[in-house]
Design a protein. Structure first.
Lengths: 321, 294
């Protein structure tokens, strides 16, 4: 291999076009101050914004005219029907329908009224798809993370010295990551039929891409001393990696896997939109029927699930580091 | 603990003795394995494999042929008699072709990220408890958490009721969704600020504006730009997803073609999309690396 002895400093194109300003200091020296690149960057940004506005039909007038619609929908979403006491509840407790929507009108039986409202709201129908979402993300994350480790090792340049295989694996992984999960789920749903299996596969593929990328980047930063020592004893690459490097990357690997699980719960919740099981179908259906109170209930339960998974995983990750 | 470093140990342990005294938390490992196994069995019980559908093998074959024989007219945006066209900068382009749709996707992500990045600035200041009183910070952190948790697809479905199914809906949705993540990153940037610089600027006799210009902005801006570029990366991928519900971009035609089994068109869309994503990811990583290295 030829090496360049000294790399010359090349004046950037910008500075060759716009000559730097020469400033004469009080002590007689001259210094050169390159021209600011801000006007160029600003002009580019303005041009891009103008083009984007044209391409997307950006029109703030629509927001001004119809923005109140969004506020109406949002306010309905934020009063989910588990807390929204309906006419049926009032009738059941022998009260005038449309009485003041306060729990105090039920006297001592307010918890009964609340329970009645909750069990007649949309909430009981949410549980099954909610657990399906969790199941898909746990299974997909686990299998994806397990498959990702050997692939990541094969894709890291310090362990696999074969440049060709490394770049092929990396290119495949990059392609895998660029495909949107929803498109993958749609294709799997067509092949394997509607349901959670397609969703699990889509989550698996997504997890594989993400964890592999993060892992090979962190494998490349590990201390190779122990691995090289093992190799000089005559250990194979696998033995060397397993006993020397595994300990170093295990905490990172586990914490990435937990992080992926967090992301997957959120991702899995929309997969049902293309028929791959979980909450997505329910969300689509509620919006289609303009039942935004019901949508609020679905989102509230999803929110609780996501937040609890997130705090659990954050706790575990803190323990790991 | 490093505190015991100075105390002399009675006798250094030999390797064998140290190895024998290694922490053995077998009960912890057993517990973890047990819990993981339980979780996996519970999950696997709900996910059942029903075999390949009748159309399944046909679909798989279709995708394979589509990827090997993409529709070149579509991929290159050639204009035929029946394609709908529009004029931009005096050039006629086909609105069905891959190039136009990709540019539209980029435009959605670009505007969405830009507006989201600007909207996130007040949010991040309001939610950082170093600047605001604790209770205000708490409220705004909750709002940010809410924005992050509600899937972007839901935001898009709600905004469609306001703007109608078009690319503008995608822009508005992404502006809202981007606030969540960007302000979370901004808050960490604000909390990592080195305030001692402000004191030294004070000592040098700087005015308030000069302190912000020379003490705060140079610390924050590379971080901000890096975050926004990272979010642009995410939004690019998200814009395709949002297209599926009708919020503009390449997603809608892609899904339509998949449903109606026009595989050569699917191949063209996928090719264009993957190529664009790879280029954008490569570019954004390069720019962010340059920003962090200064």
């Amino acid at each position: 291999m030829k090496k360049k002895a000294v790399t010359e400093y090349r004046v950037p194109l910008f500075d060759r076009i716009f000559k730097p300003q020469t400033i004469r200091l009080p002590n007689g020296h001259t210094v050169q101050r390159p021209r600011s690149r801000m006007p160029l960057i600003g002009a580019c940004l303005v041009a891009m914004v103008w083009l984007s506005i044209w391409l997307t039909g950006f029109d703030l007038g629509i927001i001004a005219r119809r923005g109140h619609q969004f506020v109406v929908i949002l306010s309905q979403i934020f009063s989910p029907d588990i807390f929204n006491i309906q006419e049926a509840t009032f009738t059941k407790f022998g009260l005038e329908p449309g009485a003041v929507n306060l729990l105090s009108v039920f006297d001592g039986r307010w918890w009964e009224a609340l329970w009645y409202t909750m069990s007649h709201s949309f909430a009981p129908k949410v549980f099954d798809p909610l657990w399906d979402t969790l199941r898909m993300s746990i299974l997909g994350s686990f299998i994806g993370a397990t498959l990702a480790l050997p692939l990541a090792v094969a894709a890291s340049t310090n362990i696999n010295r074969n440049k060709a295989t490394v770049s092929i694996i990396r290119l495949l992984l990059n392609i895998l990551r660029t495909l949107p999960t929803l498109v993958i789920a749609k294709i799997f749903a067509l092949i394997f039929g509607l349901g959670t299996f397609a969703g699990t596969l889509a989550i698996l593929v997504f997890t594989l891409g993400v964890i592999c990328k993060m892992m090979y980047e962190s494998i490349e930063t590990i201390d190779m001393g122990a691995f090289e020592a093992m190799e000089s004893f005559g250990a194979t690459k696998f033995q060397g990696f397993w006993s020397a490097s595994m300990k170093q990357i295990l905490p990172t690997y586990l914490s990435y896997s937990l992080y992926a699980l967090e992301m997957n719960v959120r991702a899995a919740s929309i997969l049902g939109y293309v028929g791959a099981g979980g909450l997505g179908l329910l969300i689509d259906e509620r919006i289609g029927w303009r039942d935004y109170n019901g949508l609020g209930t679905v989102l509230l339960m999803l929110f609780i699930l996501v937040v609890s998974i997130e705090s659990l995983s954050r706790f575990l990750r803190k323990k790991l580091s | 603990m490093s505190k015991t470093g100075n105390i002399d140990l009675p006798r250094p342990l030999s390797i064998e003795e140290t190895y024998a005294q290694r922490p053995r938390r077998w009960w912890l490992y057993t517990l973890i394995v047990l819990i993981v196994t339980l979780l996996l069995t519970w999950s696997a019980s709900g996910v059942n494999y029903n075999g390949v559908t009748v159309k399944g093998s046909e679909v798989a074959r279709g995708i394979a042929t589509g990827l090997t024989h993409p529709d070149w007219d579509l991929l290159l945006g050639r204009i035929k008699e029946d394609t709908s066209v529009t004029k931009i900068l005096g050039i006629t382009v086909s609105t069905e072709g891959v190039p136009y749709l990709l540019f539209q996707t980029i435009a959605i992500a670009f505007l969405g990220t830009l507006i989201g990045g600007i909207l996130a600035i007040p949010f991040s200041f309001l939610a950082s408890d170093r600047i605001m009183p604790k209770w205000i910070a708490r409220i705004f952190s909750l709002v940010i958490l809410l924005i992050r948790t509600i899937p972007s697809l839901v935001w898009a479905l709600v905004w469609i009721r306001v703007t109608g199914p078009n690319a503008f809906c995608g822009v508005v949705t992404q502006s809202v969704c981007s606030i969540g993540m960007i302000s979370k990153m901004y808050i960490t940037a604000i909390e990592d600020l080195d305030v001692r610089i402000l004191e030294s600027l004070d000592a040098a006799g700087c005015t308030g504006f000069q302190k912000v210009r020379c003490g705060i902005l140079p610390q924050i801006i590379p971080n901000y730009i890096s975050t926004v570029i990272y979010r642009f990366d995410i939004n690019m991928k998200d814009a395709t997803t949002l297209g599926i519900v009708g919020a503009g971009g390449i997603g809608a035609p892609l899904i339509q073609c998949i449903t109606s089994s026009r595989w050569s068109m699917v191949g063209a869309y996928l090719f264009g999309m993957v190529l664009l994503m790879l280029v954008i990811e490569w570019l954004s990583t390069r720019i962010r690396n340059r920003l962090t290295r200064g």
